[in-house]
Design a protein around this ligand. Structure first.
Ligand code: GLA
Length: 375
């Protein structure tokens, strides 16, 4: 399936791990609607690992754990669809998944057909314990072909953590997104590391196949028992700003049945979602840094002539960032002015023939939407 803009939705793993069931998924579907997340653009509701029985059935098919999903998967998918949402599931390119449930190796076509019969619209496909005899790219081509031939539009989400130079071959496989990093953690070190890892990978991102920076941890606040102690609101804001600006898929990982107002405000920032979903899906770049300063400045062109400047203070102290109009290609001889609006605060600035100097608090960011006008 070809997806024009980065997928958005919710995934069970970051908060619930093994503790998934029919009730949770239905309540989450309800919450996607009642909180306004669905209307803000979050459309896929994805069940991650640990949904199945430890072995296949006598017919060779994957089967859901009856304690977690007593009515099977199809009624859950139907419920999700009845809320105007799309439904996703998880499998693995290895014979078993990362949590040691059956994977799809050598059953790719059968499993794609099973997922289609349940009404699945999205498949996250992991890379754990895969065969060393068959190259990863072949395993993903196989599942890609199986999904393309299963009779249903199923978005293929490759979860290879950037292993085996995924970026070189992932577009061969019909995947719409590929995990460009190891698993995210609910802490600031992880956010900084993932942002920095993306810089050399920017050229591989683009319409139809998006670099996936992993599921969001916004709003988890350390409540998941295994992925970290949580972050403060500023760090969650910076995390969401970077994922949005870089065009990553936005898959929420917190318990959306109990979100704080701040979590909602971050996840439903319409200006950032609009940037994330900009139809041109253009490449981001890092502006040349001022050697005395330590704050990263990223730029991304949007469709229609506007662009975004994201200033990310990934250091642990308050710091300054600067850039010049020259660096953006706006030499004084062109007689152009930059009109800028900061997305979180609404602050406005007009810049002409000069440089911009900003003081940014530690772990904080500014995201400016910019327009070029005549001087
Ligand atoms: C891997 C993936 C995670 C999650 C778990 C499930 O670690 O990268 O996103 O799907 O497996 O076991």
């Amino acid at each position: 399936m070809f997806k024009q803009t980065p997928p958005m939705g919710w995934n069970s793993w970051n908060t619930f791990e093994y503790n998934i069931n029919d009730k949770l998924i239905r309540e989450t579907a309800d919450a996607m609607v009642s909180t306004g997340l669905r209307d803000a653009g979050y459309e896929y509701l994805v069940i991650d690992d640990c949904w199945s029985m430890p072995t296949r059935g006598a017919d060779g098919r994957l089967r859901p754990d009856p304690e977690k999903f007593p009515e099977g998967i199809k009624p859950v998918a139907d419920y999700v669809h009845s809320k105007g949402l799309k439904f996703g599931m998880y499998s693995c390119a290895g014979p078993v998944t990362c949590a040691h449930f059956p994977g799809s190796f050598d059953n790719e076509f059968l499993d794609a057909e099973t997922f289609a019969s349940w009404g699945v619209d999205f498949l996250k496909y992991d890379y754990c314990l895969h065969s060393q005899l068959t190259e990863g790219k072949v395993l993903y081509r196989r599942m890609g072909a199986a999904l393309e031939n299963c009779g249903r539009d199923i978005l293929f989400s490759a979860c290879t953590w950037g292993a085996d130079n995924t970026w070189e071959w992932i577009k061969e496989t019909s995947a719409s997104m590929w995990r460009s990093t190891n698993d995210i953690h609910d802490n600031w070190e992880s956010i900084k590391e993932i942002i920095r890892q993306q810089i050399p990978l920017f050229p591989y991102h683009g319409q139809g196949c998006f670099n996936d920076m992993d599921m969001l941890v916004v709003g988890i606040h350390g409540e998941s028992r295994f992925i970290g102690d949580g972050m403060n609101e500023t760090q969650y804001k910076t995390h969401f700003s970077a994922w949005s600006m870089f065009g990553s898929p936005l898959m929420i990982g917190c318990d959306i049945r109990n979100m704080s107002d701040t979590t909602k405000k971050i996840l439903m920032n319409r200006d950032l979602i609009a940037i994330n979903q900009d139809p041109a899906c253009r490449q981001v770049h890092l502006l040349k840094k001022d050697f005395r300063l330590d704050v990263d400045v990223f730029v991304r062109q949007l469709s229609g002539g506007e662009f975004v400047i994201g200033i990310f203070n990934l250091t642990d102290r308050d710091n300054r960032a600067s850039f010049t109009l020259d660096q953006l290609g706006l030499n004084p001889s062109l007689h152009k002015t930059l009109r800028m609006r900061e997305i979180w605060t609404g602050e406005e600035m007009t810049v002409q023939n000069s440089y911009v100097l900003r003081q940014i608090k530690n772990c904080d960011c500014e995201v400016w939407r910019c327009k070029i006008v005549d001087a």
